[in-house]
Design a protein around this ligand. Sequence first.
Ligand code: ZN
Length: 327
Amino acid sequence: MRVRALLTVPVLAALAACGTPAAAPASGQSDPVAIATTTQLGSILGDITDCAGTSSATLMGPGDDPHEFSVSSAQVAQLVRTKLVVASGLGLEQGLESALGNAAADGATIYEVAPDLDPLAYADIEAAQAAQHAGHTHATGSEEHSDEHDHGTYDPHVHMDVGRMATAAEKIGARLAAETGDDRYTSCGAEVAGELRATDAEVRQILSAIPTEKRILITDHEAYNYFADAYGFEIAGVVIPGGSTDAQPNSADLAGLVEVIREDGVSVVFSNNTVNPRLVDALAAEAGTDVQVVQLYEGSVGEPGTDAATYAGMMLADARLVADALA
Ligand SMILES: [Zn+2]
């Protein structure tokens, strides 16, 4: 029996009213033992609680943008009742910040895992990118405008490095064991971490088909620094500046990106499954008819029933999409 459930907004509302078969926990339990914010963490948490014979739930669903997603105050009660809320943190879940703050004030235990995953500082990322671009005459344009707003000290998109998320599985398992007094969560966290390390090796194997000179990414927003750092890519530019998805590029930003695409001979621009591709499509069209747009899984896992419906599946799908586009 599958006890994991996606607590999407309508499901949570229904749960509050009368409970639903889709979200009903296993026999005798009135609430999931833990609730994750993002679909990526929800997938990993679900594997851990499945292993331990308990249940968990996830606030976001496929297609939800983790920067924008929010819940109602009524749904905060669910977060207070569960043993542990597993969040990414570092500002990723901007739309959930007040709900998580209210839940914590009402006694919820919230574990933000990204700060424990050796996060990358924006200052270091930008210095490395400046060094990579030192030989070029163009400017990518967006970084200068975005520094004063939106993003914090560290990049929150840790989910784009499978190795870091393997460590996350261990840390979530240990934290669940501490909160519940049940040591199965520690061994289950380690088991899931081992599976994710195998996935990480498979991602590297798939990406190894891409030659060094083709390892250049232009993406919808600044979500791929961990992917680039872990798997050996250069980020040549982003369409939406500022580390989140709510900013608008100005015409100088876009003109600079078109210049980068032409100078570097970039033939692919990557969009993602939780951001409207309108701006990426417009940029690709502006840059030339030979520039294609490839949609990756970044903000969330894929729809149920697809190969990308789990976190591991999402990252393997991305590796294949990137390899097919660039190799
Ligand atoms: Zn993002």
